[in-house]
Design a protein around this ligand. Sequence first.
Ligand SMILES: *Cc1c(COP(=O)(O)O)cnc(C)c1O
Length: 408
Amino acid sequence: MTPEELVAAYGSPLYVYDLDRLRAARRDLRATLPEEFDIFYSLKANPHPEIVRALRTGEGGCRAEVCSLGELAAALEAGHPADRILYGGPGKTTAELAWACAQGVREYSVESLGDLRRVGEVAGAHGVTVDCLLRINSDSSAATTSIRMTGTPSQFGIDAETLPELMPQLRAVPHTRIVGLHFYPLSNARDEESLIAEFRQSIATAARIEADHDLPVRFLDIGGGFAAPYTVPGDRPVYPKVRAELTDALDLHFPQWRTGTPQLAVESGRYLAGDCGELFTTVTNIKTSRGRTFLVLDAGINTLGGMAGLGRLLPLSVSVQRTGTDATGKATLTGPLCTPGDLLGRDVTVPADLVPGDIVRVPNIGGYGLSASLVTFLSRPAPVEVFVSGGEVVAATRLETSRVPVRA
Ligand SMILES: *Cc1c(COP(=O)(O)O)cnc(C)c1O
């Protein structure tokens, strides 16, 4: 179906996800890694159960990494067995842990001694012992990236240098088994060298922790950082050297890795989900104000990239399907919300002959799209999300938010 047909059928704005592209991303990420690796899909990027299910099923299926009860529900709805889900996050509450544990989640990434103790208490109350990965904040960092969370003070992870003092207490927490280590030092790595440097550092740090603390690392999650274009055209990066570099680092530090000691894993959200999704949005109005052209769209920060409303402008670019002149102009792109913060881009290059009613397309928005937006702000209905496979629409849903009465 053409964008016009899809929008006619499902309305505008409209998210369209191509599940074949999603599976292609998974294939490419698999090919980037030694085959011994598990891949966790981080639901944060896009928790829609159709996405999660497509990544779970078929050859090379991913496991699920979740950080909230909503994400857990989505993973379960998508068919993940609870005991294959990894539950993480820096602020896990007793109530949420109790729910996760009751659902059968048996693997947790823990970020501090207090966090581990809470996990242990809840597991004990359920009469089970659960597997825990210690998330480590390494004492230095190897690379530069857009989003960094290691080597500096952070709510994430246990500072590596505190392990000598903490380890006896960590080990003593009842109803927990420390089965391995979790690293997540960066997102959206700038280049392959950064990614490799971080992976090498995490693997070396894990080996050092194993030796220094006599802690058998049975599971090693080295995190991710696989990049993807976001709201701009372009292809996912390729990482031709990662596989050999990982093999080399693992041979050096974990000689038994090929026989499953440790079991290895990476995590990815944006690389897997990013390029399968596109947003179709309609030009509602075009106006000129004091020499500047404003393109008012029916999608604002309630529909994509809500972080733009926090002063972080997207590097957005749009394209249109229609043929016509090749002339382009510059415009300020806004959404329909009654706030000057509803700004999607300044000086965006657009076709010069756009008219209200035209559909413009925002590419590479399969990750951190709708779920990262200010969906409830200004109380507009959420857009429909359509899933396409083999050129056919296989599912379409609309996210509903509603208020329900609550009694104290
Ligand atoms: C956000 C996050 C991810 C996913 O990041 P991407 O850049 O989307 O791949 C994975 N693991 C953890 C712990 C995260 O916080």
